[in-house]
Design a binder for this molecule. Structure first.
Ligand code: ARG
Ligand code: ZN
Length: 858
């Protein structure tokens, strides 16, 4: 059934307290639940309570201590008759963790037991009103064999523990903070902890622990440092303090997502915990820092203030992503982090917003909420709140968030509550701005600058594109930071913030004897697509001179995208193409050699726009043609700048050890230089990459070299792939890299490689990290996934069908790449659509995959 936002009603009952008693076993776990329920004064008077279940059978139902017959099942829900205003309901359920391949609810991973309840996994453990607006205090007792489960964890504080007879033991946990069921967690296993302490700003002593398998303990230092930095930062920047005596993190190797913010007991994918320089890249280090922060920040934006219903998901996710982005900017430098965030937004969220799965950051309906943990809800959601911050300024924004947290602490709130707190606390008028929550689609802003006499005239025009179910759109407030640069000196008289809130606006600027160069959407102040009328000379000027790092990067991207789009659209004279390539090479030379530029930023400026972002600029895209044009440009740049690139690689090789900013920047530009050289002089690139691989003392250097080799045909490809495998065999996270480097490569035989890797003894369809490392990487390949005969599409459709019964939420995540068919040239589009239809024809599809496939077919 389709669930609609407008149908929200409060639940008829409150459940102020729940007690859970677990008798743990991998094969079989018994759960006894005791619920105190009271009539909700804000609900309808009801004579029964509906408790959600998923695949459960109720055992021994009692009401107020008496065995009860007045209950029935409706579908998978348990309905219990309740004549009075307050009752105690008790029942048992039995579950089989080892058989739980969905990894939702209570499941087994590597001999340990753990849970994932968001969004609707709790109902796979016990019957409960499994919705985020029912808040309860939890007491959890668990008991099990001490040898298999020496460590027993749940939310809150451990209040008692003891040994039982015949090798069993138990622990009891109490969480004083009322919470919805999606924040429940339990972990039992043979784990060891890295421990530390944190003293909060008001003097609370918090015991910190990061729990992992014994062999992983020495790879937890970075995660612990990141946690401590996050706790400090949230106090300093948002005034948020931790509120329990313990904070536990557990790393698990089988996990559907990145991590989960369960109250006081965050559960993480090992990928976002474990790191040392030999096995994790600089990117992995940043990912860990960002995700640890993200989950920690949820303690306030998510847990203390939670969501009323799942349509409000962006209330916690958009806001928490913004918080983790601001944190990472403070830790690593603002400019590079901003560029990285925008690159992600444009390569994942923009395509989502322009395709069949487009939805507003606050969706209006869904069948399966698991399908709405999207880049739109997360990343566009963060951009929307960032715009409020840009319009208010950081101080007033903080007044807004203080008011929000203060006003709604302990509540299940809505996006509307957040907006109102921003209006009242930050002093913004957001009447029209609310459209950002209800309208899908990336707004397009046309920009042109004219000059006459002493005045420059700026014309801005916006349109919000049609998206599924939303034919008519209203203009939205779009905050644009801009500056007018003097074309002699590159200087400007300060930045302005213009809010474009009408279909068209004209702004006059006096005092410009000569036409200035416009720098617009500086810092990417609004998540829009800018279409500006601008000479390529002006783009070159901005790419060399703009004092806003993002705008400088943007000018470079625009220069390149403009050229690639022109090549793909065809009809260009060779000489015109060469002239464009030469001017790009000219700017690239400045970027590669500019001694004033730090290497981290240089690495960003050197990166060519990605395949999907280029495809976004075209109404229908030919992935083969885009790839060819992009490779041709890379080759041209490599040939024009071979000496400079080799010199850059050499200089950077001299400083690439260590974890400081200079060393990290050096590693980034080294691999970036190889990426170009591979397209212009493959033999040279092969030699240099093999040497970088052999000399590598970090995974960053080693992976970078291997990535380049994986796309080349020479003998070093095989040598180094074998070496890498042998070196890291048994280290799951590194073997994931080995799979994805091959599956995501530009090698012409990538399809055969993926077929072979699927047969490799280390491939395991039940492990989401391994599945993603092989197949998600593959969906990005122009020569593999987009092979003109449709074999890549078939492979992904086969995967979806094989994975759907095992792990539906992971299977459904492979549908969107096929859903892009409308924007792809007709030959491939028909093949993609054919695969979607083949999937749709299967009976017994999961709700997850069914919804994604039907939406994609439109
Ligand atoms: N709340 C988690 C996070 O953002 C993600 C949980 C995703 N769960 C899911 N079933 N999709 O950190
Ligand atoms: Zn989150």
């Amino acid at each position: 059934p389709l669930i609609r936002r407008e149908d929200y009603r409060p639940f008829d009952w409150l459940v102020p307290e729940i007690r859970l008693d677990f008798t743990l076993g991998l094969e079989r776990t018994l759960v006894v639940a005791t619920l105190k329920v009271e009539r909700n004064p804000n609900g309808e008077p009801a004579s029964e309570i509906r408790l959600n279940g998923d695949g459960l059978t109720p055992l021994d139902v009692t009401v107020d201590g008496h065995a009860s017959n007045s209950w029935r099942m409706e579908g998978s829900d348990l309905l219990v008759d309740l004549p009075g205003d307050a009752h105690e309901i008790r029942f048992a359920t039995e579950i089989a963790p080892v058989a739980n391949s969905q990894l939702m609810g209570l499941y087994a991973s590597n001999g340990m037991l753990c849970t994932q309840c968001e969004a609707e996994g709790f109902r796979r453990i016990t019957f409960f009103p499994d919705r985020p607006d029912v808040l309860s205090t939890y007491t959890v007792r668990m008991e099990g064999p001490k040898d298999a489960f020496p460590v027993l964890l749940s939310n809150g504080n451990r209040i008692a523990a003891g040994g039982g007879e015949d090798g069993t033991h138990w622990a009891e946990w109490h969480d004083p903070w009322p919470k919805p069921s999606y924040l429940f967690a339990l972990v039992a296993g043979d784990l060891v902890a890295r421990k530390d302490r944190f003293t909060t700003m008001s003097g609370r002593e918090v015991d910190l622990a990061i729990w992992v398998r014994a062999e992983d303990l020495d790879r937890t230092g970075h995660a612990m440092e990141s946690l401590i930095k996050s706790m400090k930062w949230d106090e300093q920047v948002f005034g948020r303090e931790y509120d329990l005596d313990q904070f536990n993190i557990v790393a698990v190797g089988d996990f559907n997502m990145g991590a989960m913010e369960n109250k006081g007991l965050n559960v993480f994918n090992t990928k976002y915990v474990l790191a040392d320089p030999e096995t994790a890249t600089d990117g992995d280090y940043d990912g860990i820092e960002g995700v640890i922060a993200h989950e920690y920040f949820h303690n306030w934006s998510g847990n203390r203030v939670t969501c009323r219903d799942w349509f409000q998901l962006s209330l916690k996710e958009g806001f928490t992503v913004l918080r983790d982005q601001l944190f990472s900017q403070d830790m690593q430098g603002e400019a590079v982090k901003r560029i990285e965030d925008v690159r992600l937004l444009r390569s994942v969220q923009f395509p989502e917003d322009s395709g069949p799965l487009a939805h507003p950051i606050r969706p209006d309906s869904f069948r399966e909420i698991g399908n709405f943990y999207t880049s739109t809800v997360y990343n566009k959601g963060a951009e929307v709140i960032r715009m409020m911050r840009t319009m208010a300024g950081p101080e007033r924004f903080r007044e807004g968030t203080d008011l929000y947290f203060g006003r709604h602490d302990g509540e299940a709130a809505t996006c509307e509550d957040f907006i109102r707190a921003m209006e009242d606390g930050a002093g913004l008028d957001l009447a029209q701005f609310r459209l950002w929550y209800s309208q899908a689609g990336t707004p397009k802003v046309e920009v042109s600058l004219a000059h006459e006499g002493e005045a420059a005239t700026l014309t801005l025009r916006q349109t919000v594109p049609v998206t599924p179910g939303q034919p008519d759109k209203q203009p939205m407030p779009i905050p644009l930071r801009l500056a007018l640069l003097d074309r002699e000196t590159g200087r400007h008289n300060g930045e302005q913030l213009i809010v474009l809130d009408k279909p068209e606006q004209v702004h006059r600027f006096e005092g410009f004897a000569a036409k200035p160069v416009l720098s617009v959407n500086r810092g990417f102040s609004a998540p829009v697509a800018i279409e500006r009328v601008i000479d390529s000379d002006d783009l070159v000027f901005l790419a060399k001179n703009d004092d806003d790092a993002f705008a400088r990067y943007e000018a470079m991207q625009e220069l390149i995208v403009g050229h690639l789009v022109a090549v793909v659209e065809g009809g260009l004279d060779e000489r015109v193409q060469d002239a464009a390539r030469s001017s790009i090479a000219e700017v690239m030379r400045v970027i590669v050699t500019d001694a004033a530029l730090d290497d981290s930023m240089r690495g960003e400026l050197m990166m060519l726009p990605g395949q999907t972002y280029i495809a976004e600029q075209l109404t229908v895209a030919d992935p083969g043609a885009i790839h060819a044009a992009r490779e041709a440009l890379k080759g041209w740049l490599a040939k024009s700048l071979e000496m400079e690139l080799v010199a850059l690689h050499e200089r950077a090789s001299g400083i690439s050890s260590g974890m400081d900013r200079a060393a990290r920047g050096a590693r980034k530009v080294k691999t970036q230089a190889l990426v170009f050289l591979a397209a212009g002089n493959p033999e040279l690139a092969e030699r240099m990459a093999a040497a970088q691989y052999d000399a590598a003392d970090t995974m960053t250097d080693r992976q970078g070299a291997l990535m380049v080799l994986a796309g080349l045909a020479g003998p070093q490809r095989t040598h180094k792939l074998i070496d890498f495998y042998n070196r890291f065999q048994g280290d799951a996270l590194v073997i994931d890299k080995w799979f994805s480097l091959q599956a995501g490569s530009l090698h012409p035989h990538v399809i055969e490689h993926v077929h072979a890797l699927a047969q490799h003894p280390d491939f395991n369809i039940k492990n989401p990290n391994r599945v993603r490392s092989l197949y998600m990487a593959f969906t990005g390949t122009p020569l593999g996934f987009h092979a003109a005969d449709g074999e890549g599409y078939r492979m992904i459709a086969d995967l979806i069908l094989a994975l759907d019964p095992i792990n539906a939420s992971t299977a459904a995540r492979f549908v969107p790449p096929l859903g892009r068919w409308r924007r792809i040239e007709p030959g491939r589009a028909a093949l993609m659509r054919g695969e979607l239809e083949r999937i749709a024809a299967h009976a017994d599809l999961s709700r997850d995959t069914f919804e994604q496939v039907t939406r994609s077919l439109g």
